[in-house]
Structure formats: C-alpha cells, structure tokens
Design a protein around this ligand. Structure first.
Ligand code: SF4
Ligand code: SF4
Length: 110
C-alpha cells in the first residue's frame, strides 16, 4: 500500500470488489478468506461490504481519508492488487469521499 493509500482507502469504500471464486481460500490455490466474501454470480464473489451501499470492504480498517489499512493485505484479490493509485478510478473514488486527486506523477499499484 503506497503512502498515499495509507491515508486514503477511498477505493475500498467506493466500488464493488469482485473476482473469480477460486481466488478465495475455498479453493486450494486461493488466498482471500472465503468468510469475508459473498457470492454474486455462479462464478464470481465479492468482498463483503462492497456488494451493497454504502460501500465499505469488511477488510478495511481505520477511517477513510485519515488512516487506513487492509486486514488481509497479503491475501487480497487480484482486483485489489491491480487497482492503480493515481488513475481515473482512484480520482473518482477520492472525489466521492471529498478528497482531491493524487498528484499527476503518482501511478503506483494501490
Ligand atoms: S488507490 Fe487511490 S483511492 Fe485507492 S487508497 Fe490509494 S489513493 Fe486512495
Ligand atoms: S480486501 Fe483490502 S485492498 Fe481489497 S478492497 Fe478490501 S480493504 Fe481494500
């Protein structure tokens, strides 16, 4: 998690975070704790708390815009790992939470 992300967390409280079910530890090769997920289709699951509004991932700790953490950071899904700090979706999430976009030169994995 980048320094910017540690005082943000807006994306974890803005979007439905879904991924293929086998990324959960219900599959031998999966890592995401299955009990923190909920099924959304026959093959896809979502982080609990992100499938309804207001959105807030169950694994997000702390206060958005102040100090946050991910309680399953090492086990998080590809959807979380692939989210890019500094892109348009990052800026949109931050705007939803009253935060300005990151500086233009920031583009690291969130
Ligand atoms: S990727 Fe963007 S929206 Fe997500 S925590 Fe980092 S700065 Fe915030
Ligand atoms: S699992 Fe962690 S990184 Fe992914 S949405 Fe939840 S709090 Fe954010």
């Amino acid at each position: 998690m980048s320094t910017h992300c540690q005082s943000c967390g807006a994306c974890c409280a803005s979007y439905r975070v879904s991924f293929y079910w086998a990324e959960s530890d219900a599959h031998p090769d999966g890592s995401v704790p299955a009990e923190l997920t909920t099924p959304i289709s026959p093959y896809r699951i979502a982080m609990r708390g992100t499938e309804s509004t207001p959105v807030r991932c169950v694994a997000l700790t702390g206060r958005v815009g102040e100090s946050v953490g991910c309680s399953i950071y090492a086990q998080r899904s590809s959807t979380c790992r692939d989210f890019t700090a500094g892109d348009d979706r990052c800026a949109e999430a931050r705007q939803k939470h009253g935060l300005p976009p990151l500086p233009a030169d920031v583009a690291s994995a969130g």
